[in-house]
Ligand binder design. Structure first.
Ligand SMILES: *Cc1c(COP(=O)(O)O)cnc(C)c1O
Length: 361
């Protein structure tokens, strides 16, 4: 068996040791006579797995006690819609800072319920930058301000947490959570689909300041109510137990590897290798994002023409470098460098890029 280096944007590569442990535990978990995926979510076995995963995530990210942590089905897109239902009155204004594709999705999901003020947008320049905080037109009475911490498709990332005063800051961290130290206390709410940096698709993590759960929001069924999920420890209905378990193994792996400080170091090394190969290519490879806003997680880049883009994708795949085709909204190539992608993967890609340029430049 040869596991290739997998640059998929999501669902994304997982640590090999985690997959091996899951494989070992697939038929029987911990002497229980059954797999964890075959047991009741309310039984002592899964309850312990769930509690351990939450405790490990709290330690990994440094989540203060006045924040609740939820493990929910539905993906990041579902959380985007729930933000309006839980935290804004019908028709109330919410402020969104638009820096790419996923910011657009976030706006689309709340538009039936609230009045969206796009406080700042980089759409006119092709989503190549983060608008300066001083240019944001925030509302006086917004229920919250929403940002996308890392735009997975456009490859732009907030490198600082913006100060929005007393209004709670909500952030989509789907593609950069646990990639570096994070000051949770600067946010009202953080959400992330697991399938980029945390584990398998099918579970989302929501980190919410508890006082915000007292907001009345909008009429909604309890299955859409974060407070009800908190009250029932994310077990209001059957949670995605397998995904939760596997994410828990990823949290343990990240802690054992040295935690978010170590991943910040590795992610800087990995992204530095790829941006280096781009910037030293004399224009053969092109990344269009303003350097200060470049993502460490997702790097879109272009070759001189589409024939070369296509050749790069097929030859890299043959060389054991998977899933480098760019998203259709942007085209070109995209390398995703999540925590579970080893430094050796970025080294192999940078070497491949130099070799490909020599042969085709
Ligand atoms: C992948 C992604 C989403 C969508 O996640 P789903 O789980 O498919 O709903 C939202 N935001 C960002 C930043 C993403 O990377």
């Amino acid at each position: 068996m040869t596991r290739a280096f997998n640059f998929s944007a999501g669902p994304a590569t997982l640590p090999e040791s985690v997959l091996r442990q899951a494989q070992e535990e697939m038929l029987e978990w911990n002497g229980a006579g059954a797999s964890i995926v075959e047991m009741s979510h309310r039984g002592p076995e899964f309850m312990a797995v769930a509690a351990q995963a939450e405790a490990d995530l709290r330690r990994l990210i440094g989540i203060p006690d006045d924040y609740a942590v939820l493990f929910l089905a539905g993906g990041a897109t579902t959380q985007q819609a729930l933000l309006a239902l839980n935290f804004a009155q019908p028709g109330q204004t919410v402020d969104y800072v638009l820096t790419g594709h996923w910011g657009k999705t976030a706006i689309k999901q709340v538009s039936p319920y609230v009045t969206v003020n796009v406080a700042a947008s980089s759409e006119a320049n092709g989503f190549h930058d983060i608008p300066a905080r001083a240019s944001w037109q925030l509302s006086d009475d917004a229920a919250y301000v929403h940002i996308t911490a890392n735009e997975t498709i456009h490859g732009v990332e907030f490198r600082d947490t913006p100060d929005v005063g007393e209004v709670p800051l909500f952030a989509d961290f789907s593609s950069s959570i646990a990639s570096e130290p994070l000051d949770v206390s600067k946010y009202g709410l953080i959400y992330a689909g697991a399938q980029k940096n945390l584990g398998p698709v099918g579970v989302s993590v929501v980190i919410v300041r508890r006082d915000l759960l007292e907001r009345s929001g909008q009429p909604r069924a309890d299955i859409f109510d974060y407070g009800s999920h908190v009250a029932r420890d994310s077990m209001l209905n059957t949670p995605p137990t397998w995904n939760w378990y596997l994410a828990g193994l990823v949290f343990q792996w990240m802690l054992a590897e040295g935690g978010v400080e170590e991943f910040a170091r590795r992610n800087a090394v990995k992204s530095g290798l790829i941006y280096g190969a781009i910037d030293q290519s004399g224009g053969f490879y092109r990344n269009e994002v303003v350097p200060a806003a470049r993502s460490r997680m997702n790097i879109p880049f272009f070759l001189p023409d589409d024939t070369l883009n296509a050749r790069f994708v097929s030859e890299s795949k043959a060389a054991g470098l998977l899933a480098l085709k760019g998203h259709k909204a942007v085209g070109g190539i995209r390398a995703s460098l999540y925590n579970a992608l080893p430094v050796e993967g970025a080294q192999a890609l940078a070497a491949f890029m130099r070799d490909f340029q020599q042969r085709n430049g």
